[in-house]
Design a protein around this ligand. Structure first.
Ligand SMILES: [Zn+2]
Length: 328
C-alpha cells in the first residue's frame, strides 16, 4: 500500500512511499481508508516530541474514514484506544486511559491506504468521507472541553482561535448546546470567521480580547473560556472569565507553563479544568450532529495523499482556516 510516514525524528524524514499493509491483531479490524485529515499532533510526532514515545517508521495521521473490509460499510475512525478497565476508564475518562494509544502517534495512523485498529474504534456513518475524517480529534476535543466545563444553555463561552480546527468546532458545538459564543481570530481571518460562524469575532492582534469580552457580557465575563493556546493567551483568559466561571484547557501550543495566582483563583472561585480529547460516546454524538447538519466541519482544502507534505506546509504556516483533508 501507499502511506505517508516518518522514518526518523524530523519532518524532513516524512515521506509518501510504499509500506506493508497492516495485519489486524485479535480484536482489531482492517479499514480501507477513503480520507484522512491533518492535526498539529502529526507534526509533533514527526519531529519527535518528548510527550510521545514514537517508534519509527511511524505512519502519521489520527483522523480518518473509510470502508470496513469485513462488511463493506463506511465507517469513521476514533483516534484513541482504551482498555475499559483502568481507573481513568472507570470514570469515563478513556482518553486518559493507562494503556491509551493514538492512531498516528503510538500506533500506525490514517495517512495510508489501510489501517488496522480495535473494532470498538470504528463507527458506521452516512457522512461523506472528507467530513467523516475531520471529527475524531478536533470536534471530540471541543465537545469534551465544553462538557468538562459543565456548559449550560444561555451561558457565554469565549473560544480562542476560530480558524483552528478545535476552535471551529468549539464555536458550533457551544451554539448547539444553547450557549452564546465570542471568538477570536487574526486580522486577516476576522471577516471570514464572522461570515462562517455568525458570532462576534475579536481581532486578537489589534484588540484587547478581555476588554471586548467584558463589554459584551455587561462586565461579568465569560462563563466558560476554552483555552487551547497557553502562555500567549493565558493572562487574557484569566481577565475574561466570570467569577465562578471555568477555564478549560486542552492545549499548550505557545508553551507548557502558565502562572495561576492562587489568591485570584480562590477569591473569584474560578474552576481551572484539564481536558484531553474525549470518548467514543462523544465521537458518536459529534458524528450524529454532523449527519443532522447541526454542525458542519469547516474544510479549508483537500489534497491527494501523495501531496501530504504540501498540505502540512500550509498547516504549519498558519494559512489554513479549519481542517485540511487528504483523499485517496
Ligand atoms: Zn483504561
Amino acid at each position: 500500500m501507499h502511506a505517508f510516514y516518518a522514518t526518523a525524528p524530523g519532518f524532513e524524514n516524512a515521506h509518501y512511499s510504499d509500506a506493508p499493509t497492516p495485519q489486524p491483531k485479535d480484536g482489531e479490524t482492517l479499514v480501507k481508508l477513503e480520507a484522512s485529515s491533518l492535526n498539529h499532533l502529526d507534526l509533533w510526532v514527526a519531529r519527535g516530541h518528548p510527550s510521545y514515545s514514537v517508534h519509527y517508521p511511524q505512519v502519521l495521521g489520527s483522523d480518518g474514514s473509510g470502508i470496513l473490509e469485513e462488511t463493506g460499510q463506511r465507517v469513521a475512525l476514533f483516534s484513541g484506544t482504551w482498555c475499559g478497565q483502568c481507573d481513568a476508564c472507570s470514570q469515563g475518562l478513556t482518553s486518559s486511559c493507562d494503556a491509551t494509544q493514538t492512531l498516528g502517534a503510538q500506533r500506525d495512523g490514517t495517512h495510508a491506504d489501510y489501517v488496522a485498529l480495535p473494532r470498538q474504534n470504528v463507527v458506521p456513518t452516512t457522512l461523506k468521507p472528507g467530513k467523516a475524517a475531520c471529527l475524531s480529534v478536533a470536534a471530540v476535543t471541543a465537545y469534551h472541553m465544553l462538557k468538562r466545563a459543565d456548559l449550560k444553555p444561555g451561558q457565554t463561552v469565549l473560544v480562542w482561535g476560530a480558524a483552528s480546527a478545535v476552535g471551529s468546532f468549539g464555536i458550533q458545538i457551544a451554539k448547539a448546546m444553547g450557549a452564546e459564543v465570542i471568538t477570536t481570530a487574526s486580522t486577516d481571518k476576522v471577516a471570514r470567521a464572522e461570515k462562517t460562524f455568525g458570532v462576534p469575532v475579536v481581532d486578537y492582534k489589534t484588540q484587547d480580547v478581555a476588554a471586548e469580552v467584558l463589554t459584551r457580557t455587561s462586565e461579568r465575563g465569560a462563563d466558560v473560556v476554552l483555552e487551547l493556546v497557553g502562555p500567549a493567551t493565558w493572562p487574557a483568559s484569566m481577565k475574561s472569565v466570570r467569577k465562578g466561571g471555568a477555564i478549560v484547557t486542552a492545549g499548550a501550543v505557545s508553551g507548557p507553563d502558565v502562572t495561576v495566582p492562587l489568591r485570584w483563583l480562590y477569591s473569584n472561585q474560578v474552576r481551572f479544568i484539564g481536558s484531553k480529547q474525549g470518548s467514543i460516546d462523544e465521537f458518536r454524538q459529534v458524528l450524529k450532529w454532523t449527519e443532522e447538519s447541526v454542525i458542519e466541519p469547516v474544510i479549508d482544502s483537500t489534497y491527494p495523499l501523495a501531496d501530504a507534505k504540501k498540505a502540512y506546509e500550509k498547516l504549519e504556516a498558519g494559512k489554513a482556516f479549519g481542517k485540511i483533508v487528504l483523499t485517496r
